[in-house]
Design a protein around this ligand. Structure first.
Ligand SMILES: [Zn+2]
Length: 162
């Protein structure tokens, strides 16, 4: 007679994937796959597979901005890190956060042009300092879309006011 292998010790470590609770955005759409919250997630959605790409982190960070106010403006880097902690867990958070930050920096460089290049390490910080909440959120979504090679339409972004 073998013991049932349902104790936590037997299954922990079997997989590094973390299935987090699904997160929906200001349009009540899943930040992972974009379906409306009244619909089930796409089977390939990160909240179904447990594999979170950086674009998901960027969108998940937008909803955390309100909890990351800086002395002036918003702490975008802090929101990204919290999103990473929530989604990929502590062990992988800083790597995932760095990757999302790199994507956002690339997007801001494209948008702000050559004059931004000398201060590229400060761009995410400056976005938080000088932009309002809706603009930061839109930048996060636009950077995610650019990274995924899809079009971002500001007209359908919806209301993201403070
Ligand atoms: Zn989803």
């Amino acid at each position: 007679m073998s013991e049932p292998t349902t104790d936590p010790a037997a299954t922990s470590g079997a997989s590094r994937r973390i299935i987090s609770a699904r997160e929906c955005d200001h349009n009540h759409e899943c930040v992972g796959c974009g379906v409306h919250f009244s619909e089930p997630c796409h089977p390939a959605c990160p909240f179904a597979t447990g594999v979170y790409r950086p674009a998901v982190l960027l969108r998940a960070a937008a909803r955390l901005l309100r909890e990351h106010r800086g002395g002036v403006g918003y702490d975008v880097g802090g929101a990204l890190f919290t999103a990473a902690l929530d989604l990929v867990g502590e062990a992988d958070a800083s790597g995932a956060c760095d990757e999302a930050r790199r994507i956002l920096t690339g997007y801001l460089l494209d948008r702000w042009g050559a004059k931004a290049a000398p201060i590229r390490t400060e761009l995410v910080y400056r976005l938080g300092l000088f932009s309002d909440l809706a603009e930061i959120a839109m930048s996060l979504y636009a950077a995610a879309a650019q990274h995924d090679g899809i079009d971002f339409d500001p007209d359908t972004f919806g209301d993201f006011s403070a």
